[in-house]
Ligand binder design. Structure first.
Ligand code: GSH
Length: 213
């Protein structure tokens, strides 16, 4: 039984676990509470961010690395093209772009909006981070003009990565998806595994409902 520590980007992991049909449990981690007193979690991830997983004796952090681990360890699966597949480079690129190029810059804006003193909320770094996000999105826009999914004609783990980033940016008010992006999100989130993942993540489900999806 795989344990997923924390929702947030843990949603990516849970969605993939649902797609793969693997058994898991979610251990809630409350980032807004006193995380330094959650000694059980700190023993898993002393750096105190989510998500983390435990799979047998394996403990891992970094949501994209966890996705790569799960498809490699518990695959093969059509959710991850083989290295010999022509779709593999594009798959890998968008798998990582979803975090490194899109979700991570949004963290800067979210942290400032939630935590920074009033006078520092709208600052150069936040504007820079949002600009980075929008520039990187040009790659997603170009891909969606070519194909329905990030790796081509079929849904893969790269779509889990990118969809999460788009929803994160939209729900936090940093990005308004255009019609093409909205249609893409509808395609990826129309999957049964997505609905099951949302049912496993009450915090994410409530957040999504509060901001209209
Ligand atoms: N690159 C990391 C980012 C992890 C991350 O930023 N997690 C957020 C919640 S989704 C978090 O724990 N924020 C609190 C912190 O970083 O202290 C990943 O993809 O797992």
């Amino acid at each position: 039984m795989i344990t997923v520590w924390g929702e947030g980007r843990g949603f990516r992991v849970i969605w993939l676990l649902e797609e793969l049909g693997l058994a898991y449990r979610v251990r809630d981690v409350d980032l807004l509470a006193d995380i330094e007193s959650d000694s059980e979690f700190l023993a898993i991830n002393p750096a105190a961010f989510i998500p983390a997983i435990e799979d047998g004796g394996t403990v891992m952090v970094e949501s994209i690395a966890i996705l790569q681990y799960l498809v490699a360890r518990h695959g093969p699966t059509p959710l991850a093209p083989d290295p010999g597949d022509p779709a593999f480079p594009t798959y890998l690129q968008f798998l990582h772009l979803g975090e490194a190029g899109l979700a991570m810059p949004i963290n800067i804006g979210v942290a400032a909006h939630i935590l920074a003193p009033e006078a520092e909320k709208d600052n150069w770094s936040v504007r820079w981070a949002v600009r980075i996000f929008e520039q990187r999105m040009r790659l997603v826009t170009r891909q969606l003009a070519r194909a329905p999914y990030m790796a081509g004609d079929r849904f893969t783990a790269a779509d889990i990565s990118i969809t999460y980033a788009l929803q994160f940016a939209r729900r936090t008010g940093f990005h308004s998806p255009d019609e093409v992006e909205q249609a893409y999100i509808a395609r990826t989130t129309g999957r049964e595994a997505y609905a099951r993942a949302l049912d496993s993540c009450p915090g994410t489900k409530a957040w999504a409902a509060s901001v209209g999806g």
